[in-house]
Design a protein around this ligand. Sequence first.
Ligand code: NAD
Length: 443
Amino acid sequence: MKVTLFGTGYVGLVTGACLAEMGNEVTCVDVDMDKLARLKRGEVPLYEPGLEPLVRRNQANGNLGFTINAAPAVASAMVIFIAVGTPPSEDGSADLSHVLAVARTIGQHIRQYVVVVNKSTVPVGTAEQVRAAISEQLAARGAVVPFDVVSNPEFLKEGEAVEDCLRPERIILGSESARALAVLRTLYAPFNRNHERILVMDARSAELTKYAANAMLASKISFMNEMANIAERLGADIEQVRRGIGSDPRIGHHFIYAGAGYGGSCFPKDVQALRRMARGRAYEPLVLGAVEAVNHAQKLKLYDLIRRHFAGQLKGRTVALWGLAFKPDTDDMREAPSLYLMRALWDAGATVRAHDPQAGDEARRICGERADLVICDHPYQVLEGADVLAVITEWKLFRSPDLARIRDALREPAIFDGRNLYDPEAVEHAGIAYYGIGRGRSL
Ligand code: NAD
């Protein structure tokens, strides 16, 4: 099938490559010239396990192409995906300008029946706005071309995006058009082989499903962080509590880890946008407000622990940092807790020496050249001249550290474990002070 996809970010590029892998002819359109130039050279501009070989293979066999030129890509497509960004506006609502710009481009260039599929995370009612934007352009051209708009929210996880795209848990199609649904059932058939994964619903419910899913996951994290803060004050260990509650199948083990707060390009902006949507209909969502408030405080939790350790005197101190990305297996630092920690440390006069297996370049891009940030290529290099070590991203690389080496390298051996990766007793036994999240003795 001829597929055109707008946006070559985490969602668009992965989706395009996976559809090409199944034998479709996929053209990816973007407005970022640099990104397109890199992609055309066979370079993948973001880190996602398994993506590079997939892109290269399908580029080489002619199934996957990249262009800035939308007109021919739109005119020849059977299905057009919108996978552009929907960043937060100043008031917290989702900025739809990229989505609607793509809709107008589609309206300007379609020549035959096409299914427009929206994969971007968008407020409820956006499918109707996309339809109206396309219709307006058609009317301006004096053209009559049939088309359908389907809401198809994306659930892939950065770090596991290729696997999630090839083997999705569910494929939600929000549409009442039998014609569009038939086209998408055919397109998605290779991803829907072993058991039925397609859920059909109306577009508004599909749009809200995406926000509800992210809000639920964010709530689980904030709930556990709140429990961790209570555990800490009551002398209990949240890690034992986590295992205790996770064994209840109604609760489950997933997403109940206390830590340094959630970040990324989705949870923070989507919880905020959902709050805005509710308020727009005169409903104050109390749970969502609390989820955000707890997370905001939690992102500064490690900083508070470090500040207390040094009795508020951070000027001239050096903090070694393991992790920069908002989670492991990605180079994405959007809303990363590491940024909040580093900014607080810098404001207090401390220097940061950081290592991340993938996000070093992204940190340099975001933070620029500054004397109080040293990015190191090796995890143990960050310890040189550092007072203490903080761990903020749970990369596998950091899970079994050489504690003796850490103790010998740090000036005042202490580990601030923002992901509760280590056994406090083992760390203390090695002669290192231990601070975790919600582990009784941290206060
Ligand atoms: P991204 O920022 O990585 O990529 C967006 C891309 O769209 C960029 O390359 C940008 O240049 C391009 N773009 C912007 N305007 C364009 C236009 N008019 N025409 C063509 N390309 C244009 O974004 P992302 O992380 O892939 O997210 C895309 C959408 O998917 C967002 O709505 C996001 O909320 C949603 N989503 C993201 C994830 C995730 O894990 N990243 C998961 C599920 C859903």
